[in-house]
Design a protein around this ligand. Sequence first.
Ligand SMILES: [Zn+2]
Ligand SMILES: [Zn+2]
Length: 249
Amino acid sequence: MAQQETPLKPSVLLLARNMAIAAACAVAGYFMVQTDETVVIILGGALLLCGPLMFIALPFMGMPARGACPECGGKIETMGSSQQNLLCRGCNSYLDAGGGKLVRSDPNRVTEQPVFAAPSPWKDVTLVVYPTVSFSVQDAIQDWMTTKKGGVRVMDAKWPQVCCVCGKPPTRLDTVSRVFAKPGNIVDTQIIGVAEDVPYCNHHKDGIIFERIDSATPGASGCFGLKFRSLAYRNAFMKANPWPFTWHQ
Ligand SMILES: [Zn+2]
Ligand SMILES: [Zn+2]
């Protein structure tokens, strides 16, 4: 099944759909800012801004396209004619779109920000609602235990023993944490997720983050997991920790 590259077909229908989504956002935003609820007004304002911005940006991104994953044959949709680091939900490969083709992403690629996704072992977590907070982790955990309603979760993971950014021998082990929410029936539970003993060399930090993950497979909604700057490290991590992605519809 695996091929070097597969053709990408530009789709007018997809462009029309994306335009319709942009327009719908703007219209929904317009009505939302006219209510009395502050939260609704804020959300509406964001939509009112994003809708037209999307509308302006879409034509510059080139034609959205459809193609088959060169690794597993699964359906892939792109937002524009060239796009990097598209995740296939069928085989968990990363793909690049460009020049009318889909190819596998360079397995040694390292991005400026964490991009490459791996699953977390927590199946019940579906949303990230808080931005990354940079604080001393020990303080945060202590504060959390004593004052907040949620729990602390420490991820039981095997970390490949090389720097998680560049792959060189590690010189220190870092702790990574993020506050997020587990959706509940009545109220969401706030949780602090912690990853301990993440290996780094002297030159690198911030190579991973807990984050919402999206794929380029049509119809697939997001899920929760980890993102890495290094695709090679992400692949090694997934081998060492063979958890499945928990996609939500
Ligand atoms: Zn695939
Ligand atoms: Zn490094």
